[in-house]
Design a protein around this ligand. Structure first.
Ligand SMILES: NC(=O)C1=CN([C@@H]2O[C@H](COP(=O)(O)OP(=O)(O)OC[C@H]3O[C@@H](n4cnc5c(N)ncnc54)[C@H](OP(=O)(O)O)[C@@H]3O)[C@@H](O)[C@H]2O)C=CC1
Ligand SMILES: O=C(O)C1=N[C@H](C(=O)O)C[C@H](O)C1
Length: 260
């Protein structure tokens, strides 16, 4: 994936300059490591809690894996400078989401809760299973992450919830059950349940379970190396530098990179 030569790099015969937001974080470190190892990429500037990009940081694309407060500043900067923007940060606020819609009319944008190839395919498999199985099958989504993670359920778990809800023509917010301990009633088949585990150094695990009578179908993804997210985001970054304004889904940027 990462070894492909981007047409931008050829056309400009210089590396693609990447601004990294959240550079001191776990994914930010992976991004910096991959950029430094790739002659077609150059680290153009960094931002984290202690400082934002300077006026001298001239980039071709901005990649953000940080916190919604920093994401908002990245959206403002990208819009001001007309920079393509990749957002991996999860638990985005309504303000961020509104700003994303606004920015997408002016700059190329890719926002995904999970930049791994495996989860991108899993989202499609989960939707397919939800529409293929009878609606009597009960859906539960489970996720586990490292002890440092702030948001719950993960952005990926919520995206999986959206995928299965849409496939069943449901609205996730009306069917999501986050805490069963406050309920004293049998489960309805329309519910979509969520379970969250936090501990240790788990990179990220997600499962969608379809419980029938006498059978259970499970779709599981386990991330064991955080570089998968950074690699996917840098692929998106290169591709965005070749596109015009508008929001694009990560799965659409993978066309031609992975199987159909
Ligand atoms: N889409 C995907 O594929 C993936 C998404 N993620 C998401 O990316 C984000 C970052 O994850 P991860 O790298 O593990 O997190 P870390 O906690 O390791 O890093 C967070 C980064 O954001 C900065 N930051 C945190 N809070 C603030 C704040 N209030 N204002 C400004 N900057 C802040 C930190 O700066 P400092 O170090 O100075 O505190 C750090 O650079 C999360 O939202 C996570 O869910 C994670 C993995 C994959
Ligand atoms: O915070 C993390 O680590 C991760 N966050 C993303 C999410 O919230 O879905 C993706 C991945 O699972 C790792």
């Amino acid at each position: 994936m990462g070894s492909r030569v981007s047409s931008t790099a050829w056309a400009c015969s210089r590396p693609v300059r990447v601004l990294v937001s959240g550079a001191s974080g776990a994914v930010g470190k992976e991004l910096r490591r991959l950029i430094e190892a790739d002659p077609e990429l150059e680290l153009a500037g960094v931002a984290d809690r202690s400082g934002f990009f300077g006026s001298g940081d001239q980039g071709d694309v901005l990649v953000d894996f940080s916190h919604p407060a920093l994401t908002l500043r990245c959206l403002e900067l990208a819009e001001q400078r007309g920079l393509p923007l990749v957002i991996g940060t999860t638990a985005l606020t309504e303000r961020c989401r509104d700003r994303i819609e606004q920015a997408a009319t002016r700059i190329p944008l890719c926002v995904a809760a999970n930049f791994s190839v495996g989860v991108t395919v899993m989202l499609e498999l989960a939707a397919r299973a939800a529409s293929a199985l009878p609606t009597t099958f009960d859906i539960e989504i489970a996720e586990a992450h490292h002890r440092r993670k702030l948001d719950a359920p993960s952005g990926t778990a919520l995206a999986l919830g959206e995928a299965v809800a849409q496939a069943r023509k449901q609205v996730l917010s009306e069917q999501a059950v986050m805490d069963r301990s406050v309920r004293r009633e049998p489960r309805s088949s329309a519910e979509i349940g969520f379970q969250v585990s936090r501990g240790g150094d788990v990179v990220g695990e997600h499962s969608v379970q379809f419980f029938g009578d006498g059978e259970r179908l499970e779709i599981v993804h386990r991330a064991t190396d955080r570089s998968i997210f950074a690699r996917g985001a840098l692929l998106a970054a290169r591709k965005l530098t070749e596109r015009g304004a508008g929001r694009v889904e990560f799965r659409d940027l993978l066309v031609g990179e992975i199987g159909s």
